[in-house]
Ligand binder design. Sequence first.
Ligand SMILES: Nc1ncnc2c1ncn2[C@@H]1O[C@H](COP(=O)(O)OP(=O)(O)OP(=O)(O)O)[C@@H](O)[C@H]1O
Ligand SMILES: [Mg+2]
Ligand SMILES: [Zn+2]
Length: 367
Amino acid sequence: MDGKYIAIYRRFRPETFDKVLGQEHVVRILRSQIASNNTGHAYLFSGTRGTGKTTMARLLAKGLNCLSDGERPCGVCENCVSIKNGAFIDVIEIDAASNNGVDNVRELRESVVYPPGVGRKKVFIIDEVHMFSKGAFNALLKTLEEPPEHVVFVLATTEPNKLPATIRSRCLRFDFKRVSVAEIVKGMREICAEMDVRADDDALVLLAGNADGSVRDGLSLLEQCVSAGTGSIMRESVLEILGSPGDDLLSSLTDDVAAGRIAEALILLDEILAAGKDERRVIEEWIQYFHSALLIKFVKNPERIVNRSVESIDRIRKQSKRLEPAFINDCIYRLSKLLNDVRWSAHTRILLEMTIIEMGENATVER
Ligand SMILES: Nc1ncnc2c1ncn2[C@@H]1O[C@H](COP(=O)(O)OP(=O)(O)OP(=O)(O)O)[C@@H](O)[C@H]1O
Ligand SMILES: [Mg+2]
Ligand SMILES: [Zn+2]
């Protein structure tokens, strides 16, 4: 890699609306507001971390100041580029975590009065706004009540409930949703192509599934795989990075338990843990595995609701035909309870072994 190293998630921040993954409800409205020059004066972007709030705030700021006659923001005009580089004097980003006092807001209010220097609108992006002090909120409220025509505020936070209701009610609010596995995979695929990294779909699905809806987390995981670097990303290497046992082992473990082969199951568990897999991780993934088995058993086309590759779903489908629903339910109950119990316990392994024994015994009792 040449030049200064920049993390993937920063290098690939969307510069135009069409690069944003998910958040269609936000994109649609902002696009049309920008196109019709009909934007509000205060926005509140709330929602899960790493889902695009700061990114969208910058897109809005660019859209308001973009010089293009076509779709705005264009991402390439002088103003768009300048905003991207943080050099545009009319887009002011404030990190509320470190500027949370009344004085900071007073300064802001003084600057609000002056019209934009070069752009059409002066945009104030206040990130992590829930960190503002009470006094800072009060000072901000006055400005939000009667903002000058040329000013747009964008407040972003993961914790909207910490904002005073008076602030919330003055903003146009958008709730950012967790991004689906399919969308994250789509984004990862484009990034891999641009970086000339080969990646199996299976591997990307696995990575995206572990991001839990956060694109940033997904890209950080992708980063780990890339820097572990053989130039290609495969399922096996992903499993290693995730410390996850993988479907093959979970499938065998499930078969053993379902058939009451307790000794085999315990030996297999020993092998999984000896290979460096994390005990809690095994429990979590096994719950997910049983959950998938349950859905696949009952839903005809489970692809949309089960976050697994087609091959993996096929395999689980075959296995789930052999499993009683009551057995699957029982296993999910026991493993979920176990996951809760081990939170404060130093004996995760022992408790997991006991649970396997119970699951195996329960599988073979006459029903
Ligand atoms: N919806 C998305 N579409 C495409 N990329 C995204 C999206 N959300 C996040 N990303 C990626 O993750 C990085 C971080 O996103 P961003 O800073 O916008 O998240 P955030 O919601 O503001 O998170 P936080 O709550 O932690 O501030 C971006 O640079 C981008 O690479
Ligand atoms: Mg942010
Ligand atoms: Zn532009």
